[in-house]
Design a protein around this ligand. Structure first.
Ligand code: SAM
Length: 276
């Protein structure tokens, strides 16, 4: 039976997260916060460290002449890093137009726009690419924003050539008790799918994938969210004029909820590597 989701209810402190981030990428306090949060800044808007990114690019076993799709690529920093690291051609899609504009500018600046392209796409539906047109699909910390997980995985399976790999993380795997207020705070930035432990494995197999690796990668969520929140708090005076008081506090509440739930292992992040 198909799941019907209620439409998100606008809340007074709902957080305009991705527009805020992708719209102010180059402002001084954002750059400083990113440096303090990630150490090595790939341009990610997620819980992924640069070390994780490199390890995961390697797990996709990509090389020059191949083609990879990054679903929900944000402002394209990770897509460009993947193109540099693997030498493969990369296509990034995201629903956020500010993110895609920044991504195109980044590829241009890096001199790799012949090999890296970006499109605004709602990845919750069938993706606008031919069957068996990619060697890999990569999606970091974003599958939780897409409704209809079974259909999403089936579509990724369709896009892959035989033997192709997918690697995605799900940072919203339910591994403990959550109060309604915690769920509200953790999902205040948009559509969220909370997934019971073991469910992604079942859906991957139903979509026709062979699972190669599943890893608990929750530590990075606790560490990145704590550093991010503390670094922002130290720059409150400079961030409030950009974000407004409500926007600033809303994002701080969100980051606090992320930290508490990850450090107590009530919400976990898992990495899934699977093959067609
Ligand atoms: C946590 S960010 C991760 C971005 C990037 N993968 C990274 O690691 O930095 C989640 C991304 O999902 C995107 N997103 C949310 N809903 C989407 C949808 N329906 N289709 C495509 N992208 C979506 C957001 O715009 C945002 O860029």
């Amino acid at each position: 039976m198909k799941t019907q989701f209620l439409k998100p209810i606008a809340m007074s402190h709902e957080v305009d997260f991705y527009d805020g981030i992708y719209g102010h990428l180059a402002t001084d306090p954002q750059v400083e916060v990113r440096r303090e949060t990630y150490g090595e800044d790939l341009g990610q808007a997620s819980w992924m460290t640069a070390g994780e990114a490199r390890r995961w690019f390697n797990l996709l076993q990509l090389h020059s002449g191949q083609k990879v799709l990054e679903v929900a690529c944000g402002s394209g920093g990770v897509t460009c890093a993947m193109a540099h690291h693997t030498r493969a051609a990369c296509v990034g899609v995201d629903i956020n137009a500010h993110g895609i504009e920044a991504a195109k500018n980044r590829a241009e600046r890096d001199g790799i726009s012949a090999r890296v392209s970006f499109q605004v796409v709602d990845a919750g539906g069938r993706l606008p690419f031919p069957t068996e047109s990619f060697d890999a699909v990569f999606c970091n910390d974003s599958i939780n924003h897409l409704p209809g997980r079974a259909a999403v995985l089936q579509d990724w399976h369709r896009l892959l050539r035989p033997g192709g790999r997918i690697l995605f993380t799900d940072p919203i795997v339910v591994t403990g008790q959550l109060s309604n207020e915690e769920i509200r705070a953790r999902s205040s930035i948009g559509f969220f799918l909370f997934t019971p432990v073991g469910h992604n494995e079942r859906l991957l197999e139903q979509a026709g994938f062979t699972i190669r690796e599943v890893q608990d990668v929750t530590d990075a969520v606790a560490s990145v969210s704590r550093k991010w929140r503390e670094s922002r708090a130290r720059r409150r005076e400079r961030l409030v004029p950009l974000e407004g008081v409500e926007g600033f506090e809303g994002l701080q509440c969100f980051l606090e909820a992320v930290y508490i739930l990850a450090s107590e292992r009530r919400l976990s992040r898992y990495m899934y590597l699977a093959e067609k």
